[in-house]
Design a protein around this ligand. Structure first.
Ligand code: UT7
Length: 333
C-alpha cells in the first residue's frame, strides 16, 4: 500500500444463546417483578448460555458469522482480540480457543479486560496494529458468559445481566481509498480510583477461590448501581463529544448512536444530553440485558442486518464499565 493504512470494519456477526430468561421467571427466583425491572432498566428478558457453552463457544459462533459477512477465510485472519471478563480460564486466553475453533493458524491472539468498555478498547488496540501496518485483518470480539458471575440471590444485580457475543472483522486499507466502515476516531479513558463501585472481588489473586469466599458470594458481581449510573451518563457523553471532535464532526452529523446496553434510562439520558432524538439511539437492552463487552458488537451487527446502517452514515459507538473505563469510537459506514 502506498498511503498510510486506516482500519475499516468489513463484516459483523453475533451469537445469542437460545435459552431466554424472562422477568416473570426471575420474579420466581428473587423478590422482584416485571414491572420494576421494566420501568427501572427497560430489560424484559436476557439470554443464558448452556452449561456446556463456554465464552469461547459464543465468541466462535459470532466470529464465524462476522467472517462470513466479511467474506474472509480463517487463514486471512492475522490478529484475534477478545474482550471479556468471563474468559474460559485464567489462561490460555479465550482468543486462543477461538483461534483453535476457527482454524486461524496465522493469527496472534490475546484477550483484553476492560469490562463493558472492552470491545471498544479491543477495537482500538487492533486498529493500532492495522494502522501501523504490522497486521492486516483482525477479528475483534466482545463475548461474555456473565451468568457465571451473577449472584442469583441478589435482586439488585441478577436482573441486569445476560450472555452473548458479537464480533467484527476489520481490515487495513489504503487511506487514499474511500473504504466503507472506516474507523475515524477512538478515545478511551479509565479511573482506577473507582474500582470498588463495580467489581467481582473474589476469584483472582487478591482474593483466591476458597469455600468461604464462595459462601460469601465474593466470586459474583458487586455494584453500587446509583453511583455507577451517574458516572456512566457523564463519561459516555464526554467520550462521545471527544470522539466526534477528534473525527472533525459534530452531533448533527450522527446517523445512529450505538451505546453500551446497561439500562434504557442511561441510553435515553445520553440521547437527551447529546440533543439526539431517541430513535437515533440503538436499543436492544430489552431483549438481552447487559452483556458487558458484547453489547456494542451485538447491537452493531443487529443494526447492520436490520438495514439501519447506510453507506456513508456516521455511527457513534460509546461504552462505559467497571474500572471505571469508558471509550467512544466514530465510524463512517
Ligand atoms: O455495565 C456497566 C454500567 N452499568 C450500569 O451503568 C448500571 C447502572 N445502574 C443502574 O442501571 C441502576 O442504578 C439500577 C438498575 C442498578 C438500579 O436502579 P435505581 O433506580 O438506581 O434503583 P435503586 O438501586 O435506587 O433501588 C431502588 C429500590 C431499592 O429499595 P429501597 O431501598 O428504595 O426500599 C432496592 O432495594 O429498588 C429496590 N430494588 C428492587 N426492587 C425490585 C433493587 N433491585 C430490585 C429488583 N426488584 N430487582
Amino acid at each position: 500500500m502506498s498511503s498510510p493504512c486506516v482500519s475499516s470494519i468489513i463484516g459483523t456477526g453475533s451469537y445469542m444463546p437460545e435459552k431466554i430468561l424472562t422477568n416473570e421467571e426471575l420474579s420466581k427466583i428473587v423478590d422482584t417483578s416485571d414491572e420494576w425491572i421494566t420501568t427501572r432498566t427497560g430489560i424484559k428478558e436476557r439470554r443464558i448460555a448452556a452449561d456446556n457453552q463456554a465464552t469461547s463457544d459464543l465468541a466462535t459462533a459470532a466470529a464465524l458469522r462476522a467472517m462470513e459477512s466479511a467474506g474472509v477465510k480463517p487463514e486471512d485472519i492475522d490478529l484475534i482480540v477478545v474482550a471479556t471478563v468471563t474468559p474460559d480460564m485464567p489462561f490460555p486466553s479465550t482468543a486462543c480457543f477461538v483461534q483453535k475453533n476457527i482454524g486461524a493458524s496465522n493469527a496472534v491472539c490475546f484477550d483484553i479486560s476492560a469490562a463493558c468498555s472492552g470491545f471498544l478498547y479491543a477495537l482500538q488496540v487492533a486498529r493500532n496494529f492495522l494502522n501501523a501496518g504490522t497486521r492486516s485483518t483482525a477479528l475483534v470480539i466482545g463475548a461474555e458468559k456473565l451468568s457465571t458471575l451473577v449472584n442469583w440471590t441478589d435482586r439488585n444485580t441478577c436482573v441486569l445481566f445476560g450472555d452473548g457475543a458479537g464480533a467484527v472483522v476489520i481490515r487495513a486499507v489504503d487511506s487514499a481509498t474511500e473504504a466503507p466502515g472506516r474507523v475515524l476516531s477512538t478515545i478511551m479513558g479509565s479511573d482506577g480510583n473507582l474500582v470498588n463501585l463495580l467489581r467481582v472481588p473474589g476469584g483472582g489473586s487478591a482474593c483466591p477461590i476458597t469455600a468461604e469466599n464462595i459462601d460469601s458470594r465474593l466470586n459474583t458481581i458487586h455494584m453500587e448501581g446509583k453511583e455507577t449510573f451517574k458516572h456512566a451518563v457523564t463519561r459516555m457523553c464526554q467520550a462521545s463529544e471527544k470522539a466526534l471532535e477528534m473525527a472533525g464532526l459534530t452531533k448533527e452529523d450522527i446517523s445512529l448512536v450505538i451505546p453500551h446496553q446497561a439500562n434504557a434510562r442511561i441510553i435515553t439520558a445520553i440521547a437527551d444530553r447529546l440533543d439526539l432524538p431517541h430513535e437515533k439511539a440503538f436499543m436492544n437492552v430489552d431483549k438481552y440485558g447487559n452483556t458487558s463487552a458484547a453489547t456494542i458488537p451485538v447491537a452493531l451487527d443487529e443494526a447492520n442486518r436490520q438495514g439501519r446502517l447506510k453507506r456513508g452514515d456516521i455511527v457513534l459507538l460509546v461504552a462505559f464499565g467497571g474500572g471505571f473505563t469508558w471509550a467512544s469510537s466514530v465510524i463512517r459506514w
